[in-house]
Design a protein around this ligand. Structure first.
Ligand code: BG6
Length: 467
């Protein structure tokens, strides 16, 4: 058996606080935007948290984290990506001092990871802006958000910076273009939001991200900070140069964020977009200086690819941004088109473009699972998930052979969590099944799926068991 995965390659899984912790008002936590998004991005938010919002209980990880981390350890994880709920640390977001109970929870979680020798990878902000910041300041549209985020990030680096080496500033920062509330805490409904406000919000997030990188290094130079984008290779629907040009422009929309994170300045094509739209951003000299604090590595999520065309084409379902359907590819039960080769393509594209170490921090298949009994033990025979994982990792192996420098791979939702886009429980990604249903019923018991053992063997062999 041979493997091209380097020694020390980090294997594991990733989650986000709002999708699994539950305990939405425990330990002094304030409400976050997710507590009023019972349908994810599929419907407008509610005024108050409502009992039909599955995220209020999640999978009760807040109380069961030790059991869950033990399951990750059993699979042999060497890394675990999780996010810190901003409103556990600053319940409203604009306080001067943090909530000690919130910080103490993450100390306990880190203790558990250390016990099992699992490296933490922490997302500072994963779609869970404190609700107060969204309602009072309109989220990232307001420049004051930079200061609130800096205080939050500083608090985390001071408290956990000696225990956590790898940090991500914002989850899928480029998704703010498509999901302004979930990604940018922007309370104005998308259809009423001006492009000028949206681009100003993007600028504030980029400055805050760069500022956090600077603060991290001042506190502990050993800290490694990464950016995180939603990666989606875009193919021209036809060889028509007009379609290819459209692809280039769509790529610019997605990649501008990491161009700034990696290069420390806005690319020319981005400035042209602003000029064409007649937008004059408020960018200070101090902002420009801050942006020069560039990231150490680039991380991304990868679920699917899409097509683009200058005109026409059947629009398909997709991860937050969507696009035109590719007639050559199959799709998941939620219409996300499955494209393992696309992962090799983005890995090469990103490595060629930025020359920074890469980290795949999300990849996975949301599917309906059926709980069955095998030898009297509840399980799920999820061969479809194993096939998805195998086929994607074969392409990762190819990309490494192509010369791409890759730090690690964290499967999305190694334990079933509430979906971000639809807020369903039935859209499951896990290697561990959680007994909870869309109507909120269920015991919350955890069961190992067939993929659990498959992933354990894969990690133990450092990728050599791929077929
Ligand atoms: C990513 C998000 O876009 O996709 C995760 O970072 C999310 O939070 C994941 O859960 C899968 O999407 P969904 O909508 O199926 O949960």
């Amino acid at each position: 058996m041979s493997t091209t995965f380097p020694d020390g390659f980090l294997w594991g899984g990733g989650t986000a606080a709002n999708q699994l912790e539950g305990a939405y008002d425990a330990g002094g936590k304030g409400p976050s935007i997710q507590d009023v998004m019972p349908r994810g991005i599929a419907a407008p938010p509610t005024d108050e948290p409502t009992p039909d919002n599955l995220k209020l209980v999640g999978i009760d990880h807040y109380h069961r984290y030790a059991e869950d981390i033990a399951l990750f350890a059993e699979m042999g994880f060497t890394v675990y990506r999780f996010s810190i709920a901003w409103s556990r640390i600053f319940p409203n977001g604009d306080e001067e001092t943090p909530n000690e109970e919130g910080l103490a929870f993450y100390d306990r979680l880190l203790d558990e990871l250390e016990k099992h020798g699992i490296e933490p990878l922490v997302t500072i902000s994963h779609y869970e802006t404190p609700l107060h910041l969204a309602k009072t300041y309109n989220g990232w549209v307001d420049r004051r958000m930079i200061g609130f985020y800096e205080r939050y990030a500083r608090t985390l680096f001071e408290r956990f910076g000696s225990r956590v080496k790898y940090w991500l500033t914002f989850n899928e920062i480029n998704s703010v273009l498509h999901a302004p509330l979930m990604s940018g805490g922007i309370w104005t409904p998308k259809e009423q939001l001006s492009e000028a406000d949206l681009y100003q919000a993007i600028h504030h997030e980029l400055v805050a991200s760069a500022s956090a990188t600077k603060i991290a290094k001042e506190i502990n130079p050993a800290i490694q900070v990464g950016c995180m984008i939603l990666a989606m290779p875009i193919y021209p629907l036809t060889p028509d140069p007009a379609d290819v040009l459209k692809v280039m422009q769509a790529d610019h929309g997605n990649l501008a964020f990491s161009d700034v994170h990696v290069r420390g300045a806005y690319p020319g094509y981005f400035l042209r977009t602003l000029r064409d739209k007649g937008i004059e951003l408020d960018i200070t000299d101090a902002d420009r200086e801050t942006l020069t604090n560039t990231v150490d590595f680039v991380s991304f999520s990868y679920y699917m690819s899409i097509c683009e065309a200058a005109s026409g084409g059947e629009v398909g379902q997709g991860n937050i941004m969507g696009g035109i359907k590719n007639p050559k590819l199959p799709a998941s039960e939620w219409g996300w088109q499955i494209d393992p080769v696309g992962l090799r393509i983005v890995l090469n594209q990103f490595w060629d473009r930025w020359g920074k170490p890469l980290f795949i921090v999300e990849n996975g298949l949301g599917a309906k699972d059926e709980l069955v009994e095998v030898d009297g033990v509840p399980t799920v025979e999820d061969d479809y998930r194993i096939a998805y994982l195998n086929d994607h990792l074969v392409q990762v192996r190819e990309a490494i052979a192509d010369g791409v420098e890759l730090m690690g791979y964290t499967w999305w939702g190694p334990i079933d969590v509430v979906s971000a886009s639809t807020a369903q429980m039935s859209k499951r990604y896990g290697f561990v099944y959680v007994d909870r249903n869309d109507d909120g019923s269920g015991t919350l018991a955890r069961y190992r799926k067939k993929s659990f053992g498959w992933y354990r063997e894969l990690i133990a062999s450092n990728g050599a068991t791929l077929s």
